[in-house]
Design a protein around this ligand. Structure first.
Ligand code: ATP
Ligand code: SF4
Ligand code: MG
Length: 320
């Protein structure tokens, strides 16, 4: 697809460690269309945040990145740090789980916004910057009088809204949200998800939402990608993947989610492997109840089993 906003092809991210390379993202391919929201799910350590960091150019210096990652046609693999800095904020934005780590306790919210906006437009006056900030905050139900307050004067949910406001004030084309609601209670979580959805609609922004919570993905996303041990093992439209999962790992994730609205993933028997030395062939074979010899000998290819619904399992047809 040529009209993708973001297109990953055979993307590999290997962290450099003293014990050898950690293959956190391995041969991952997918497209994200303008205005679309894609959820990325999987157990801990499967490479979700690494994928997010690769898109934003936030990987540690000695990390090896290979393959292709195109954003609006521009190759991000080996893009210079200065060019990445320009893209972040203006075109790509990020929100994390814990907003406190990104807010300076000694600066008011107004000062945060002025700094963010003027880093990208030196000519913007302080008042004009504050006006833009007030407008975005109002759209999220935060009165502009709160611009003069400091981060610690807000609740966790309010701080997360402020982080979102700061992320979108420059009208990015793509927002990467890594566990944005994990530390929040269910009611606040629902409000934050509503805000993300409303922003996506009003700004035509694309969203890459990384989460453990399948309920969150079901609520907000058009499509979902499932990562296991650095591989994207299944991707497809939400309803199709949730109702008729193909990959045994996806089946396991869904089966272990007791109540979709609120419960986090419970793990399938065993743990995801160390990515220093992942299992050969199908990386899921040590935990898969359907594994046969071929699973231990050959890596399964990605096959489009239904329109737009792709999975990598030797026996995918058996699960159709
Ligand atoms: N800076 C780093 N150096 C070396 N290894 C790393 C580094 N960051 C992450 N890893 C390893 O890469 C793998 C993928 O980690 P990542 O944080 O992307 O997983 P995740 O799916 O986001 O997990 P979680 O759900 O816990 O956030 C893990 O094995 C992790 O230990
Ligand atoms: S390829 Fe084999 S081991 Fe891997 S998920 Fe499919 S059945 Fe299980
Ligand atoms: Mg993570």
């Amino acid at each position: 697809m040529t009209d993708a906003l973001l297109s990953a092809k055979g993307l590999r991210v290997h962290y450099h460690t003293r014990r050898g390379p950690v293959r956190a993202v391995d041969a991952v391919s997918f497209d994200l269309l303008p205005g679309e929201s894609l959820g990325i799910v999987g157990e801990t350590g499967c490479g979700k945040s690494t994928l997010g960091k690769a898109i934003l150019g936030l990987l540690p210096p000695r990390t090896k990145v290979e393959g292709s990652l195109r954003f609006r046609g521009q190759e991000l693999v080996r893009l210079a740090p200065a060019a990445f800095r320009r893209l972040r904020g203006e075109e790509l934005a990020l929100i994390f789980q814990d907003p406190m780590t990104r807010l300076d306790p000694l600066m008011t919210i107004r000062e945060h916004f002025v700094e963010t906006l003027r880093a990208h437009d030196r000519k913007l006056s302080e008042d004009a910057a504050a006006d833009r900030a007030a407008k975005v905050l109002r759209s999220m139900g935060i009165p502009e009088t709160r611009l003069e307050h400091y981060p610690h004067e807000f609740s966790g949910g309010m701080r997360q809204r402020i982080m979102i406001a700061m992320a979108v004030v420059l009208r990015p084309k793509l927002l990467v949200a890594d566990e944005p609601t994990t530390s929040l209670d269910v009611i606040v979580e629902a409000q934050i998800l509503e805000i993300l959805e409303a922003l996506r609609r009003s700004y035509g922004m694309s969203l890459l939402l990384i989460t453990h919570n399948l309920g969150v993905v079901a609520e907000v996303c058009d499509r979902v990608g499932v990562m296991y041990a650095g591989k994207l093992v299944e991707i497809g439209p939400i309803a199709d993947v949730f109702r008729r999962p193909i990959h045994p790992y996806t089946q396991g994730l869904l089966a272990s989610t007791i109540h979709m609205g609120t419960t986090e993933l419970r793990s399938i028997d065993g743990m995801p492997p160390s990515l220093l030395a992942p299992p050969p062939a199908c990386r899921f074979h040590p935990r898969c109840t359907f594994a046969r010899d071929v699973c231990r000998a050959e890596e399964p290819e990605k096959v489009e089993f239904r329109p737009g619904h792709v999975a990598a399992c030797h026996f995918g047809r058996d699960f159709l």
